[in-house]
Structures are given as structure tokens and as C-alpha cells.
Ligand binder design. Structure first.
Ligand code: GLN
Ligand code: ZN
Length: 763
């Protein structure tokens, strides 16, 4: 009989209850006690959903107020000095946001993407000689909560090696130097969990699916040989890819079980079975934790039945990874038509699939015959539906060649023509696109969506917002303006709603970072663009000013990665379909007179395969897709792109291969580490490293930004340096934005004067 379990449940709540509560707390509208109570309610609701579905073991410790990696740092007392030393939720908020109720503003911890997902974690900061200190109360309380409710709790922890590998270390080498110091605390925690009645503990070590150096491999040996605590069993948990050359290691480490992701690895389990020690449980991730599609249950059973016969209770079944990356429950979804819905599964339904598989393995397929028949029918309907195929789109993609991804003229000549047209000063100041999404804007959009606002009224109100944004930018002295994106709920959903082949949901929310959730559209069929998507707004905005206006689009690669993408067509193919649809929009914007067009690709890097050996082929088709979207324009049209959330130093050549005339790119939050890339690599086009961290409400001073720009000038030529924030400003408030941008313009004016002075002195 196979054991069924879950690796983690989405914590945001089916109606984003967590987000609402946390944000109310930040605004000091609810007390800490109320917040804590809402958290407990959500946890118990989520356990109940999983238990009612019939799961054997429930995850505990998968809840976090902001982020699980941050909570791990807190759990072991790894709190940087500037945040004090109290391991509580205010400290967590302080570390994540740089501010918390009743505390001074300080620079927050960095934030990075969680492996190849669109979830972001808070990067722990560690230093040599760092002490750790176990603060297990919160976790133990949650274990007690679950057990009091009568559930079999399996605590979920981030494993020590991955935790250290994800941390930023201020000393020489990597944070693995701290492993010796950290392990006893993990050991004590395991003892406490055992004493609290836990039989199994899940230790997440997703870094095992990446390429590891000797030091990391040794760290794994050392860590898991040391973490032998009698009376508690460890499930070494890997996901997001196959173990590859680490298979041997994962199998022989002395843990009682190992979890392997078959969905993002390989369904061929021969190597796994050959190497599985006879004492060890094998947990197989067979339900995709990262998309919204139903699992092919019969295919899973074909693969698992022979294993079940051999392994018996040593076989576990679960989702590929934590369900954090899928929406909560499909049964409340009323945004989709029944046909589409029948092809899909959210977290609750995915748990249900795990249970059906478990039952089929235990009692035979007959015991779940109805569920299997229904599953088969749904998959058949999807396979044969006319909604997934468009011959014209397929032909257009097939006709693409090298020329389709090439600007007419090399950058240097284009830059000259663009400068002639745009007449920009040195260090042009621009923003990334969005301005604060005030509650008034959100209300208007909400009313319009609900059908309570006539078209004309909606357009008028949005135009007023655009006019307001343009006025403010002119007053601030910005050089290249944006319309502000007031009409966009989300940079991907906005386009998904207007492209065919896409559907959008009402409740398909997933956590992106902290309280921020995104609702990726569902890309289920061939993509095309029936009508212009942004031209009206852009033209209106351009008409309000003599300054150049920047048309604003989301790029094909980002559309791909931030959607729930069909799993029945290669990603490259889907991406080229998107690129062609966007190319149509780019050309329409150009025809309408927009001199500058930005195609955002913040997700380019996150699509990187976890193994470096697979990087280049991905980067090649990703860059080609971007160029297919952007290269149809005349030389004098300036193409911008934007990237953020990540470090880009290791893919600079591919970023250059996009051949965008200007890239604005996040840099502040990582302390301008981006600039290190330019000492070794000569970036050929213009670039604006962000100098204003928009993830925090903190307003940087002009001096601070001037300093960053000066730093940039040490490695970038003045003629190709732009000045801009790290990212869009939609999550901020107007007063902070205006102050910060005024400071930015002031900083640039100082820099221009310095530059002028330098020129005169040299002359
Ligand atoms: N143009 C978008 C904005 O400003 C870009 C957002 C992003 O990069 N994530 O909001
Ligand atoms: Zn951005």
C-alpha cells in the first residue's frame, strides 16, 4: 500500500485571505493577535482540505507570513544585526520589506527567484563566525495545532545544504563554511519534532537537482551523516528536475526516504530502482505541482504499478513539488468555461489525484474506476479539441527564418538615427512603465470588469489617469515618458486576455513574493492577436506631450513563463507564436507614431534550465523569440527591454543578443553587483542599471543614487548610460514615487554637471 503525502500546500488562501490579512496588519488596521488568528484559521482549513481528500501525511511548516526561506533563517536565529534579534513576525516583515510596524526603516534583505519558478524568496545574510540559535516555538506550535486537530503531521523544513547555498555570505567562499556550526541546531530541532510526535520530517534539498561542486557534494555527505536522530525519519526531498549525476549521492545518503520529481525529470525509473537501498522509502512526484493541468492518471499507474508490487509501503506518492506554485481550488473557479475547466486541476484537485493514485495502487484500478474514466474522458477531449489548433498560426511559425529575427542595421548606426529623432540629454531619465495603482484605479477597473461602468466612462477615467501620470512626469523632468499602465491589472494577464489561445481565471492566484500574488493566464491553444492591444492608450499618451512616449509591452518569453502553459506543445514553439503576436503589436505601435517601444522580459532568466549544460539552447530560442517580436521596426524606432528580480551577470552575452537598443535592469537591491558583469564583458548597447529599489517603501536620497550612477560610470560609457528605477512602480504610493523620482532627476542633473565639468577640464 503506497503512502500518499503532500510536499506543501499554497498558504495564500483560496481567496487570498493571507494577503489581505497581512496587508491590513501592515497598514495597522488589524492587531497582531487578529493576524495570528487568521493564520491559524488558514492552516487548519488547508489541513482539513487535504485530510478530507484522504491524504495520509499532511505538511506542516509550509505556512509562512512572507516566505519560507526567511522563516528558516528566523528558525535558526540568522537575523542580520540591523533587524534586532527578536525572531518574530515583525522581524520577518522588517527583513523582507525594510520596514515593520513600530520599527525604523532599514535596507531589506535581497530577494531572488526560487529556482526556476516565479516565486521569490528572501535571501538570508550570513557572515563568518555567524552564530545560530534555534527558535523552534513557532514551528512546534504549528505541529501541535495540527496534531490537536487529529492530523498526521509531517514537518517540512528547508534542508541545511540548500539553505546555506541560497544564502548570501559575506566571507570568503560560500556559506557552506557554516555547516558545522549549523548542523547541531538542525539536530536539536529534529529531536524536538520527534518529541512532539512526528514520525517523518521532510527536508527539502532542491539544490540536489542542480550542478554541484565538490564542496557542496561533501557538504551533503557531512550533513546527512551527522543528522542521525534516533526516532525520527528523514525524507530527503528533491524537485524541479532530475537528480542526474547526483542520483548516486541522493540514494546512498543515510535518510529513510528520498523524494524524486518524475514530472520534471524522467518517467524512466529503472536507474532509481537499481540504486534504491533496500531500507529506503521512495517518494515519487507524479502530479505536476507547477501547472493547472490534470494528470494523466493511467499513465502514472502504468509507471507505478510495477514499482508498487516491489516496494509495497516503501512507495510514496505525491505532487512533484510543493503545491505552492499552483492555485488553491478549482471548484470555486467560475471564470472559465466548463470545457476548459474539465482539463484542469488546482492544488485541492491535485491532492485528490494523488489520493486516487494511492488508492488504485492499494486496491486496484477498479476501486477508482469512475475517477479514472472521468480522467480519461477529460484528457481525450483536450487532445482532440479544435480550440487547441490554429493552422494559420502553425504555418506562420514554420515560415520563420534567421532574417525574421534581425534588425536592419547594427546598433551604432541605429543609435545615431534614434538620437537624431529623440534628442535626448546625457543619462536620459525614464521609468519602467507602471505608476502607482491607487485604490481609485483598482476600483474603476473592478467596476468596469463587473460590467457596472460603461465603456466610454471607463476610457475617460483611465485617460484621466494617463494625463495625470504624464503631467507628473513632465513636472518632474523625466526624459522618456510612459503612460503608467493604469489599465493593466497585471503585465501578463492584460495581454493574455486579448490574445486568442488564452483563458483567464478568476481565482487562479499564486504567490509571487510576500503578499504579492499573480494570476497567470492559462495558455491552452495556439496564440494569435485578433486586435491591437495597447495602441489606443499609447497614442493618447503621446498626444499629451512633446517628450517621447514609450509604448509598453510584455515580451514573448515572459508571457510564456508567467502563464500556465499548455503541456502538449514544445515551449519554443509556444514562445514563437507569442513572438509573432507581439510583433504585430510592435508594428502597430510604430505605425501609430510611438518612437520608443519597451518589451519587458523580466522572466528571461527564470526560464533557464536548472542545469547549465542546457542553458545555451534555451537562451538561443528565447533571444530569437524576443528578436522576432522586436526586429520588424525601422532603425529610428528605439526598442527598450527591461529585466528584474534576478542576477544577470552570467547571461550577459545572451542579454546582448536580444539586441535591444536600451535595457533597463534591476541592480540596486543586489548592491549594484550587476556592474561586475561589465568589467569582463563589454555590453554593446545602452543600459540603465536601476538605482531606486522599488520593492521597499524607502525613498532613496539624491546623493545615494548619484553614488550608484557614478559607480556605473566606472564601467559603462556615459553616452550609453540611462537613469531609472529598478522596476515598475505599481506597488508604491505616489508621494514616495514622486519624491524618489525628484531625487533621481536631481542626481542626474548633478551627474550631468560633473560630466560637463570633466569635459571642460579636459578641453
Ligand atoms: N512595465 C512593467 C511595469 O512597470 C514591468 C514590470 C516588471 O518588470 N515586473 O510594471
Ligand atoms: Zn521589473
Amino acid at each position: 500500500m503506497a503512502v500518499t503525502h503532500n510536499l506543501g500546500f499554497p498558504r495564500i488562501g483560496a481567496r487570498r485571505e493571507l494577503k489581505l490579512a497581512v496587508e491590513a496588519y501592515w497598514r495597522e488596521e488589524i492587531s497582531r493577535q487578529t493576524l495570528e488568528r487568521r493564520g491559524a484559521e488558514l492552516r487548519s482549513e488547508h489541513w482539513k482540505l487535504q485530510a478530507d481528500a484522504g491524504l495520509d501525511l499532511l505538511p506542516v511548516g509550509d505556512f509562512a507570513w512572507y516566505d519560507g526561506v526567511l522563516d528558516t533563517a528566523m528558525l535558526f536565529g540568522a537575523i542580520p544585526d540591523r533587524f534586532g534579534s527578536t525572531p518574530d513576525l515583525d522581524t520577518a516583515f522588517h527583513m523582507a520589506r525594510g520596514r515593520a510596524p513600530g520599527r525604523d526603516d532599514v535596507p531589506p534583505c535581497a530577494m531572488l527567484k526560487w529556482f526556476d519558478t516565479n516565486y521569490h524568496y528572501i535571501v538570508p545574510e550570513l557572515s563568518p563566525g555567524q552564530g545560530f540559535r534555534l527558535h523552534a516555538d513557532t514551528l512546534l506550535a504549528q505541529v501541535a495545532e495540527a496534531r490537536e486537530l487529529g492530523y498526521r503531521a509531517k514537518p517540512v523544513l528547508l534542508g541545511p545544504v540548500t539553505f546555506l547555498l541560497l544564502s548570501r555570505y559575506s566571507g570568503e567562499g560560500s556559506a557552506l563554511a557554516l555547516l558545522e556550526e549549523l548542523l547541531p541546531h538542525y539536530g536539536r530541532l529534529l529531536e524536538q519534532l520527534r518529541d512532539a510526535g512526528c514520525e517523518w520530517v521532510q527536508l527539502d534539498e532542491p539544490s540536489l537537482v542542480t550542478e554541484l561542486d565538490e564542496e557542496a557534494l561533501r557538504a551533503y555527505e557531512q550533513a546527512y551523516h551527522r543528522l542521525q536522530v534516533p526516532g525520527v525519519k528523514l525524507m530527503l526531498t528533491t524537485y524541479f528536475g532530475e537528480l542526474g549525476e547526483q542520483l548516486e549521492l541522493a540514494m546512498h545518503l543515510p535518510t529513510d526516504g528520498v523524494h524524486v520529481d518524475l514530472v520534471h525529470g524522467s518517467w524512466d525509473t529503472t536507474a532509481l530502482m537499481d540504486r534504491l537501498p533496500p531500507y529506503k522509502a521512495l517518494s515519487l512526484g507524479v502530479v505536476d505541482g507547477r501547472n493547472v493541468w490534470r494528470t494523466d492518471l493511467e499513465r502514472v499507474l502504468d509507471a507505478l504499478e510495477p514499482l508498487a508490487a516491489r516496494l509495497g509501503e516503501r512507495l510514496w506518492v505525491g505532487p512533484s513539488c510543493s503545491l505552492l506554485h499552483s492555485p488553491v481550488r478549482l471548484d470555486q473557479e467560475d471564470g472559465l468555461d466548463p470545457e476548459l475547466t474539465s482539463w484542469m486541476a488546482y492544488a485541492v484537485e491535485k491532492v485528490g489525484e494523488v489520493v486516487v493514485i494511492g488508492r488504485a495502487l492499494a486496491e486496484g484500478r477498479d476501486a477508482v474506476a469512475t475517477a479514472l474514466a472521468e480522467n480519461r474522458q477529460a484528457l481525450e477531449s483536450r487532445r482532440h479539441s479544435a480550440r487547441t489548433h490554429d493552422a494559420a498560426v502553425r504555418e506562420r511559425v514554420a515560415a520563420l527564418d534567421a532574417q525574421s529575427g534581425q534588425r536592419q542595421t547594427p546598433y551604432a548606426e541605429r543609435a545615431r538615427l534614434q538620437q537624431q529623432r529623440l534628442q535626448l540629454p546625457l543619462f536620459p531619465v525614464t521609468t519602467i512603465g507602471s505608476f502607482p495603482q491607487t485604490s481609485a484605479i483598482r476600483k474603476v477597473r473592478g467596476e468596469y470588469r463587473a460590467g457596472r461602468l460603461p465603456d466610454a466612462v471607463y476610457r475617460k477615467l483611465m485617460r484621466d489617469e494617463i494625463a495625470d501620470a504624464v503631467r507628473r512626469q513632465e513636472a518632474l523632468g523625466m526624459d522618456v515618458l510612459v503612460h503608467g499602465e493604469a489599465e493593466r491589472n497585471d503585465m501578463v494577464e492584460y495581454f493574455g486576455e486579448q490574445l486568442s489561445g488564452y483563458a483567464f481565471t478568476r481565482y487562479g492566484w499564486v504567490q509571487s513574493y510576500g503578499s504579492r500574488c499573480v494570476k497567470p493566464p492559462v495558455l491552452y491553444g495556439d496564440v494569435s492577436r485578433p486586435n491591437p492591444m495597447t495602441v489606443d492608450w499609447a497614442v493618447y499618451a503621446q498626444g499629451l506631450t512633446d517628450k517621447p512616449m514609450k509604448g509598453m509591452l510584455t515580451g514573448p518569453v515572459t508571457m510564456l513563463h508567467w502563464s500556465f502553459v499548455r503541456d502538449d506543445l514544445p515551449q519554443r514553439e509556444v514562445c514563437l507564436q507569442l513572438a509573432l503576436a507581439l510583433r504585430d503589436e510592435v508594428l502597430d505601435l510604430e505605425r501609430a507614431g510611438l518612437p520608443v517601444i519597451q518589451i519587458d522580459e523580466p522572466a528571461l532568466r527564470e526560464g533557464l534550465p536548472l542545469r547549465r549544460s542546457a542553458w545555451q539552447s534555451y537562451l538561443d530560442w528565447a533571444a530569437y523569440s524576443f528578436r522576432v517580436a522586436s526586429s520588424g521596426v525601422a532603425d529610428s524606432t528605439q526598442i527598450h527591454t527591461h529585466m528584474c528580480y534576478s542576477e544577470f551577470n552570467d547571461i550577459m552575452p545572451s542579454i546582448a543578443a536580444l539586441d535591444a537598443d536600451v535595457i533597463t535592469i534591476e541592480a540596486t537591491r543586489s548592491g549594484m553587483r550587476l556592474l561586475e558583469a561589465f568589467t569582463g564583458f563589454r555590453y554593446p548597447n545602452a543600459i540603465g542599471p536601476g538605482v531606486y529599489d522599488i520593492h521597499s517603501p524607502r525613498v532613496p536620497g539624491a546623493g545615494e543614487m548619484l553614488e550608484l550612477l557614478r559607480k556605473a560610470l566606472q564601467v559603462l560609457p556615459a553616452e550609453r548610460l540611462w537613469a531609472n528605477p529598478d522596476c515598475g512602480l505599481k506597488t508604491r504610493e505616489w508621494p514616495e514615487v514622486e519624491q524618489a523620482l525628484a531625487n533621481l532627476v536631481a542626481a542626474v542633473e548633478l551627474l550631468r554637471a560633473e560630466q560637463e565639468g570633466g569635459r571642460l577640464a579636459r578641453a
